[in-house]
Design a protein around this ligand. Structure first.
Ligand SMILES: [Mn+2]
Length: 441
């Protein structure tokens, strides 16, 4: 992949001399950090460019892109080759998403693709690819490594530290520490535990008394009321804490509880990469991707703004959960359909569905399907409570095929976009399939 990146730098250097560059990136944390790294590198190299952040790509959008520009796609577009092939300009794709089989060995001539899934190397996030590109352009860009760490964490690549990720962590001077994955690990433990919803720890999350008892059991005392932060714990203390939590989450998903903590320097302060990643994600999902971008680029005004939006975001998650607990749900044997219409934003409906699926209130195997309006479309998110149950991707696929729409995701978390006109029909069909499945079991 490094060879490809070197070539990409050379080509963009040549092309960018005469033609302006249009950069299009994805709106999640990985996409935003990709955009921040890439645009900073272009700026430092004196290139003329413009930038746009999008939720996704479709035929119309790609059609509308001017061919006067060199087109660069970050953290997306691997699935859009059939539309990109018709663009009469040079196209660069820096992405890590899978390509469909038919395009794997026939990348269109006008497209230069850098994608680790096509190479013999570890798969890394979009921001990591952009960082390698930026570093190849100039070593001056090494200061952007912390953004690549956020992108890696945002896309959940933080489990395996391979060669490339290892290099990025070193460049960013990240402190890596094994521990409980409650964030921010820079906040006093009692607070971090009490406000943790991801992971949700039964009896601890949201319970002050539960937290204090847990810390007592783990032999962790406060110093005049102030508890240490997670990252300050010694190995011995961390072990005791892990044991105490594990005893409380019987049957729970423990492998998601312990892992690597990443501490990066940001605005000259040591920060938890998970927390920053969550903040960037929150801004984008609340429709402020430009604030998220400004934050990544170190702008102090945007930083203040971003922190406000992050608080709002968490509040809207809480109100969404409250709305769901009070509203009528379509419930059947082993499933629950929540039609939030315009009461919950389409960009957070998936997160909300995930949170419910982690709640101890629901039985393992319960299928949760949540719907929210997105202009003339409906965003559908399906999640499975617990780990075992039906294949949601297949299930949604079966319902959506006759109606029209495309299903993405995995067996235990899938989603799709359908037309608003099909609301009733979709729900009706969905119930039929869900009821039928139970009969078969
Ligand atoms: Mn990504």
């Amino acid at each position: 992949m490094l060879e490809k990146i070197k070539l990409a730098v050379e080509r963009i250097n040549e092309l960018g001399a005469g033609k302006p560059i249009k950069v299009v990136s994805h709106f999640d944390t990985d996409g935003i950090t990709s955009a921040a790294i890439f645009s900073r590198a272009l700026k430092r190299a004196g290139k003329q460019f413009s930038l746009e952040i999008v939720k996704g790509l479709d035929k119309e959008f790609i059609k509308g892109l001017s061919e006067e520009n060199v087109l660069v796609f970050l953290d997306l577009a691997s699935g859009s080759l059939e539309y990109l092939k018709d663009k009469k300009t040079e196209v660069f794709v820096f992405d890590h998403h899978e390509l469909s089989e038919e395009w794997k060995d026939k990348i269109p001539e006008n497209v230069f693709m850098v994608n680790p899934v096509l190479e013999d190397c570890e798969v890394v996030s979009g921001a990591a690819i952009c960082y390698l590109f930026a570093k190849k352009m100039s070593l001056e860009n090494k200061d952007l490594a912390n953004l690549a760490v956020l992108g890696m964490v945002g896309d959940l690549y933080e489990r395996n530290i391979g060669k490339i990720f290892g290099e990025i962590l070193r460049d960013a001077e990240t402190i890596v520490k094994k521990g409980v994955l409650v964030y921010p690990s820079t906040r006093p433990l009692d607070k971090a535990l009490e406000y943790s919803s991801n992971p949700y720890i039964p009896g601890i999350s949201g319970s002050r008394a539960g937290v204090i008892e847990l810390l007592r059991d783990a032999d962790l005392a406060s110093d005049k009321g102030r508890y240490k932060a997670l990252y300050e714990l010694s190995e011995e203390e961390m072990k005791k804490l892990i044991t105490a939590i594990a005893l409380r989450s019987r049957g729970g998903n423990q492998e998601n509880l312990v892992g690597n903590l990443f501490l990066v320097k940001f605005f000259n302060k040591l920060e938890d990469a998970r927390e920053l990643s969550a903040l960037i994600n929150a801004c984008s999902r609340m429709d402020y991707s430009e604030v998220a971008l400004g934050f990544c680029l170190g702008n102090k005004i945007f930083r203040k703004e971003a922190e406000k939006i992050y608080i709002n975001y968490r509040q809207s998650l809480v109100s969404a959960l409250k709305y769901i607990s009070e509203t009528n749900k379509l419930e059947g044997k082993n499933y629950m359909i929540i039609n939030a219409r315009d009461k919950i934003k389409d960009t957070i409906i998936g997160t909300v569905a995930s949170m419910i699926s982690h709640s101890p209130l629901y039985e393992e195997g319960l299928v949760i399907v949540a719907l929210a309006y997105n202009k003339d479309k409906i965003k559908v998110s399906a999640r499975l409570a617990g780990r075992k149950g039906r294949n949601l991707r297949e299930l949604l696929h079966r319902v959506v095929v006759p109606i029209g729409g495309e299903v993405g995701g995995h067996p235990n978390a899938a989603g799709c976009l359908i037309s608003k006109e099909k609301e009733e029909e979709f729900i009706g069909e969905l119930r039929k399939v869900l009821d039928l499945e139970v009969v078969k079991v």
